[in-house]
Design a protein around this ligand. Structure first.
Ligand code: SF4
Length: 229
C-alpha cells in the first residue's frame, strides 16, 4: 500500500470508523437483493420507504416470482425505471426458486447470471450477506476514487479490479461504506464541499485546483455532524 493510499484510508477510518453498515434496510439475503435492484438510479432513502410495504406484501422470492407484473410496477413505481425493475425482479425470483430453492447464491458468476443483477449488486450481496471481501463501485466510489487519485477511469468493472489492487483486502467492504457517506455529506456531485473535507491534504483534485478551494481547509466535518441526503 502506498503512503498516499494509507493516508486516505487512515483518515476515512478516523472520521467514519470501521463499523459495518448497510444503508438498505433488509432482514435477509433476498430482501437485500431486491432492495439493491430497486436502488439503481434511486436514493437508498426512497428504496427503504418502498420496501417497508413491499416486503409486507411479498414475503418470499416465490411471492415475487408469481407477482402480476403490472401490480408490481405500481408497487415500485416511485423508485423509477419501474417497468424494467419489475420484469427483472420477477425473472430473478423465478430463477432463485427454480434453481436455488429460494436462496440467494454466493458466487459472483451465479449472481450476475440472474436477471437484472450486475457486478455492483452481486458485490453488495457478497460483501453484506456472505462477508466475502468485495469492492462495490457505485456512483460515489467512481467519482471520489478518481478525485483522490486512487484510480482513474469511468468503467465500473475496470475500477473494481483497479481498486482491488490498490486497497488492502480488509478495506474492500468498508471503503465503499465510508465513501458513500463522504459522497453524501461532503464530496457531493456536482459541487464538492471541499471547505468541509478532512481529505484536502491528500486529495489531488483539490490540490491541483480542479476543485474550488473554498473556505478554510482546517475546518473539517466529524462523523455525524454533517447533513445526510
Ligand atoms: S477535498 Fe474536495 S474533491 Fe477532494 S475528496 Fe474532499 S470534497 Fe472531494
Amino acid at each position: 500500500m502506498t503512503k498516499h493510499t494509507k493516508e486516505i484510508l487512515d483518515l476515512l477510518d478516523e472520521h467514519y470508523g470501521k463499523e459495518y453498515v448497510c444503508y438498505l434496510n433488509h432482514e435477509n439475503a433476498w430482501q437485500l437483493l431486491i432492495a439493491t435492484m430497486l436502488s439503481a438510479q434511486c436514493t437508498d432513502a426512497r428504496v427503504n420507504i418502498v420496501t417497508k410495504e413491499l416486503f409486507q406484501k411479498y414475503k418470499s422470492p416465490a411471492d415475487f416470482a408469481k407477482a402480476d407484473v403490472k401490480e408490481l410496477e405500481q408497487d415500485i413505481h416511485s423508485t423509477g425505471f419501474y417497468r424494467n425493475k419489475a420484469r427483472n425482479i420477477i425473472a430473478c425470483c423465478k430463477t432463485l426458486c427454480e434453481k436455488y430453492g429460494g436462496e440467494v447464491p454466493r458466487e459472483i458468476d451465479q449472481l450476475t447470471a440472474l436477471a437484472g443483477v450486475g457486478r455492483k449488486t452481486a458485490n453488495v450481496i457478497r460483501g453484506n450477506i456472505y462477508h466475502e471481501p468485495s469492492v462495490v463501485v457505485d456512483t460515489h466510489v467512481k467519482r471520489i476514487s478518481n478525485k483522490l487519485g486512487l484510480v482513474s477511469g469511468d468503467d465500473p468493472v475496470k475500477l473494481e479490479y483497479d481498486l482491488m489492487k490498490v486497497l488492502p483486502r480488509d478495506h474492500w467492504i468498508r471503503y465503499n461504506i465510508q465513501i458513500i457517506r463522504l459522497g453524501r455529506e461532503i464530496c457531493k456531485a456536482p459541487t464538492p464541499r471541499c471547505e468541509l473535507c478532512f481529505l484536502t491534504g491528500c486529495c489531488p483534485a483539490y490540490q491541483s485546483g480542479t476543485e474550488k478551494k473554498a473556505g478554510k481547509t482546517s475546518r473539517t466535518v466529524k462523523a455525524g455532524k454533517a447533513e445526510t441526503k
